[in-house]
Ligand binder design. Structure first.
Ligand code: SF4
Length: 345
């Protein structure tokens, strides 16, 4: 039986800007199990990356976690588990620094922005190892070389003394993965790790992450807008739109029986081999400005199945079955809900 590693409950993250409040994440629920891969999917600006940064408590001002829980089920080597609510930890405190980069680590879209050009590859990996363990400098160097070897870097004992800017994009991404895995994390967050790479290198990096996941038994939260990648790596999928998870289910549910019109539209917009340009079905309209979130269902201005009621009522979460949920009024008993809301007002 699979075990829960992270459980997110009604998480809200807002940015308090001079122009107004941006509700980047507006009440999401998510479960990540040990050893499984969850894909967080959606268009740019839907809140995927902000959600993942909140797990490490690295949301910068003017952003703030305003409510909700992120329950992390921490385990000792003897198998004892206890709960920590990551949302309540001080972002600069000892507890989150023990977890960040060690138990939960992250690889970013563009490694050049995460690797310092002033330090060698080795310095950066050794620092990460020594920050979270009692390894001596020599032991950490040995571990770093071993890790570089595992991620497929040729001549790791030579490359360890190179600077990141001397490496190709694929090599830099491998270095980022080596650094992220150097402390044997229980969860790896991969934020669009292959977007900046060519397709061949992209396939190699995806294979590498999956291979290392099996070796280390870690959970992976994969953030992407590429449904081809989702089909290849995911166990479970959460589809985000304007700060909400509008559909959640197994990869089979999402690809074979999608319920939300947005998920359906995303799947229809994937180009296929031999498809003509005019056969592509792009999603109508644009993602609305975060300062002007539409009333009711925020997808209604772009939804091909929208009803009059969709601009008035915010859809609740409806369970399709045990592991498949959707936020859409097509699956709700709208008449009785409207009656209850009338009675309460
Ligand atoms: Fe479309 Fe209405 Fe469902 Fe929103 S609630 S996705 S507008 S049908």
């Amino acid at each position: 039986m699979s075990e829960l590693l992270l459980e997110v409950k009604d998480l809200k993250i807002h940015f308090f800007t001079d122009e107004g409040v941006v509700k980047a994440v507006e009440g999401i629920d998510l479960k990540i199990e040990r050893g499984k891969t969850v894909c967080l999917v959606g268009e740019s600006g839907c809140g995927k990356s902000v959600t993942s940064l909140s797990f490490l408590q690295i949301i910068h001002a003017p952003g703030k976690i305003v409510s909700g829980e992120m329950v992390y089920y921490r385990q000792t080597p003897d198998g004892t588990t206890w709960e920590i609510d990551l949302a309540k930890l001080n972002p600069k405190g000892r507890k989150i620094r023990e977890i960040r980069g060690a138990e939960i680590s992250m690889i970013f879209q563009e490694p050049m922005t995460s690797l310092s050009p002033l330090y060698t590859v080795g310095n950066q990996i050794i620092e990460a190892i020594r920050l979270h363990s009692k390894a001596t400098k020599d032991e950490a160097r040995k571990q770093a070389i071993e890790m570089l070897h595992r991620v497929g870097i040729p001549n790791p004992d030579r490359l360890i003394d190179e600077y990141p800017f001397t490496l190709s994009g694929g090599m830099r991404q491998r270095v980022m993965i080596a650094m992220a895995l150097s402390c044997n994390p229980t969860m790896l967050i991969a934020d669009e790790p292959t977007t900046a790479l060519d397709v061949t290198t992209q396939a190699e990096i995806l294979d590498l992450i999956q291979e290392l996941q099996q070796q280390y038994g870690m959970a992976v939260l994969f953030i992407t807008h590429d449904l081809g990648i989702v089909a290849e790596v995911a166990d479970d999928v959460a589809v985000m739109y304007l700060g909400k998870i509008v559909e959640r289910g197994s990869v089979d549910d999402i690809f074979n029986a999608p319920k939300h019109p947005y998920t359906q539209a995303l799947l229809h917009s994937i180009p296929k081999v031999a498809m003509k340009r005019e056969d592509l079905e792009p999603i109508q309209g644009m993602v609305p400005s975060p300062f002007r979130r539409p009333n009711g269902c925020s997808f209604h201005p772009r939804c091909s199945k929208a009803m009059d009621i969709c601009s008035q009522i915010v859809p609740a979460v409806t369970a399709i079955d045990d592991d498949h949920t959707v936020q859409c009024l097509l699956y709700e008993d709208v008449a009785s809900r409207a009656e209850v809301e009338r009675a309460q007002s």
